[in-house]
Design a binder for this molecule. Structure first.
Ligand code: ZN
Length: 285
């Protein structure tokens, strides 16, 4: 199943993408695509619905974040060997774990704000893992049983804040709008092997990232098991699993970064695509 949330920000409704790619309204059956809906029982109930019985959604509504109720938005750094190399950093012995503030989550196609005075706003296409069942001290062999599905994430990053402002990467990862997720939450059964997905990203139509999840250093199963040693992962939580090479920081001969007016598009096999216009910061009203 491809699940989504559609409509204006804050007023999204639950939806399902049918075999023809059209949005069907799931609100007769479920309040939202959130923690209560995406556990094993909830997904089984949704899977039993004949999409043809659901109201067809007309037009092209905005997509919201593909899951609601996220309490933790965890990120993994340097999880592709070739990206570690372009960052001039050694391959980590253990997963690098950092946070994206939950408040940065937004719809997949909403504009992204370049922070005030930022000169190093960067892009990262990543596989997002959506937790469907609570995970605490799970074994790697059981870890994927806790995954509801997958989505596209742009792990938007401010490199100066991330790496030149003292410890923790978190400072450069959670600015408002830095967490586009979606358009869809694609259930794990439909995705199959999460370590065989091609992924790409373009800036202003130029292909800059071209990777595949098979080159991850730490697999999704390893990451879920690993994180569950340090925290309790809850249904609705999202783990974004690192980016392949080709970010702005790694461009040759010089790094280059996003400026107002730039357009970023990205996608992952089976998970759809998203796109953002990058805009200048202005004081929120
Ligand atoms: Zn990242």
């Amino acid at each position: 199943m491809k699940l989504c949330r559609f409509g204006p920000a804050g007023g999204e409704r639950p939806g399902l993408i049918d075999a023809d790619g059209r949005i069907r309204d799931l609100s007769p059956h479920v309040a939202d695509i959130g923690p209560d809906a995406i556990g094993p029982d909830g997904l089984a109930r949704l899977a039993a619905i004949d999409p043809a019985t659901l109201p067809l959604v007309e037009g092209e509504p905005r997509f919201g974040p593909c899951v609601a109720g996220t309490r933790h938005f965890v990120a993994i750094g340097l999880n592709y060997a070739d990206h570690a190399a372009e960052s001039n950093l050694p391959i980590p012995a253990e997963p690098v774990v950092f946070n994206k503030w939950v408040g940065c989550i937004q719809g997949p196609n909403d504009p992204v704000t370049i922070p005030r005075d930022s000169t190093k706003t960067d892009w990262e296409v990543e596989l997002g893992v959506v937790i469907g069942r609570r995970a605490s001290y799970v074994e790697e062999a059981d870890a994927l049983d806790h995954v509801a599905g997958y989505c596209v994430v742009n792990d938007v990053s401010e490199r100066h804040w991330q790496t030149e402002r003292g410890m923790t990467w978190d400072k450069g990862k959670g600015f408002p709008t830095f967490g586009p997720i979606g358009p869809w939450l694609v259930t794990a059964d439909e995705v199959g092997d999460p370590q065989a997905l091609s992924m790409w990203l373009e800036v202003n139509g130029q292909r800059l990232q071209d990777g595949n999840t098979r080159t991850m250093i730490f697999t999704v199963a390893r990451i879920v098991a690993y994180c569950s040693q340090f925290m309790t992962l809850e249904p609705g939580d999202v783990i974004t699993t690192g980016t392949p090479p080709g970010v702005g920081l790694g461009q040759k001969p010089e790094p280059w970064y996003l400026k107002p007016g730039d357009r970023v598009e990205l996608g992952i096999e089976k998970l759809g695509r998203q796109g953002q216009d990058f805009v200048a910061w202005s004081r929120p009203g």
